[in-house]
Ligand binder design. Structure first.
Ligand code: UD2
Length: 311
């Protein structure tokens, strides 16, 4: 049994990661400032005596240090972030604080307290608009948003500190994660969460472009599993890897699954493609398989079915 701190634990990926840690019998200190996370995401988790929620801002100096000193975790899974790319463009200073300075707070707290392992939520956004598919980890890092820039800078910071201090760091470059608890609040939220909300409300979805654009959609359950593997297995060394499926799914494929569950909802409408939208994105899953022994297991249609049945 291990003791794990999860930052951003009340968020989409954080809450599923917390659930998985608890299912495996670990003690979890969940930290979240509830800026975009929700307490109700941890409703089940908080029924466990092995889970505690601390409402705190990890970007604030000294906050994490105190919590780490008190809890003495074996590993930190650092998922707290400003998650909206659009918001990072609108408020670059806040992005810098939440997506980069917070990473520095994590390493400071680790070094002061001898924590030996950290898992970091990076993103496919670090690659920018590359058209060389599938995207391997060695592809050029050319982020096109403050969000992608801060994720890439955080990776570099973490690896530099790890080399100095001797802790193990795993950076997970998530592709398009989907599943229950993803917030559909903004037009820039993940497309599957937006479509799910529309179908649930009986409203037709809007497809930007012709719907033939593809993404590497990965279930949040697979992502949570990858996080836990990276945090728990002592034989796994430092590195950065894509967390993806290696499968391309088009928006039309996604809509077809929704339509099969909601035959009464009107057909999608089509609007002009979004400015700056990429047509295809696909990750190469080889490295994460080699380094973590991780292979995504949830087919997109199954993950969508679960989401739709959850209502
Ligand atoms: C992700 C980021 C985005 C930007 C981009 C860079 C998320 C949620 N989005 O966008 O901010 O960093 O990567 O590559 O992480 N779509 C519709 N109808 C809708 C909503 C979306 O057709 O109501 C389309 C959208 O135009 C795009 C596709 O669905 O072609 C996927 O959109 P997304 O925002 O879920 O993901 P992505 O990879 O484009």
């Amino acid at each position: 049994m291990s003791r794990i701190i999860v930052t951003g634990a009340a968020g989409f990926i954080g809450s599923h990661t917390t659930d998985r840690l608890l299912a495996e019998g670990h003690d979890v200190l969940s930290i979240d400032n509830l800026r975009t996370g929700h307490r109700h995401n941890l409703e089940e988790a908080l029924k466990s005596p092995k889970c505690r929620l601390q409402i705190a801002d990890v970007a604030e100096e000294g906050v994490l240090d105190g919590l780490v000193k008190e809890f003495q975790p074996d590993a930190i899974i650092h998922l707290a972030a400003l998650v909206s790319v659009q918001e990072s463009i609108d408020d670059p200073d806040l992005n810098l604080r939440l997506n980069y300075i917070a990473t520095q707070r994590v390493t400071t707290a680790m070094e002061a307290n001898g924590v030996s392992r950290v898992v970091f939520a990076s993103s496919a956004a670090i690659y920018g608009d590359t058209t060389d598919l599938p995207i391997s980890e060695d592809a050029p890092k050319m982020p096109i948003s403050p969000y992608g820039e801060a994720k890439w800078n955080s990776e570099e910071w973490l690896h530099a500190r790890a080399a100095q201090s001797g802790f193990v760091v795993r950076c997970h470059r998530y592709f398009n994660v989907f599943g229950p608890r993803q917030d559909p609040a903004s037009p820039y939220s993940g497309v599957i969460s937006i479509f799910d909300r529309c179908y649930l409300d009986g409203k037709p979805v809007t497809i930007f472009g012709d719907g033939q654009q593809t993404r590497d959609f990965i279930s949040v359950h697979d992502v949570a599993r990858a996080n836990v593997i990276a945090a728990m297995r002592p034989d796994i060394k430092s590195g950065s890897a894509n967390v993806c499926t290696g499968n391309a799914t088009s928006l039309l494929d996604i809509v077809n699954v929704f339509a099969s569950y909601y035959p009464q909802v009107a057909a999608p409408s089509f609007a002009e493609g979004r400015e700056g939208d990429i047509i295809h994105s696909l990750g190469c899953p080889d490295r994460v398989r080699e380094q973590l022994g991780f292979v995504a297991e949830v087919p997109v249609a199954d993950g969508l079915g679960e989401l739709i049945r959850a209502g």
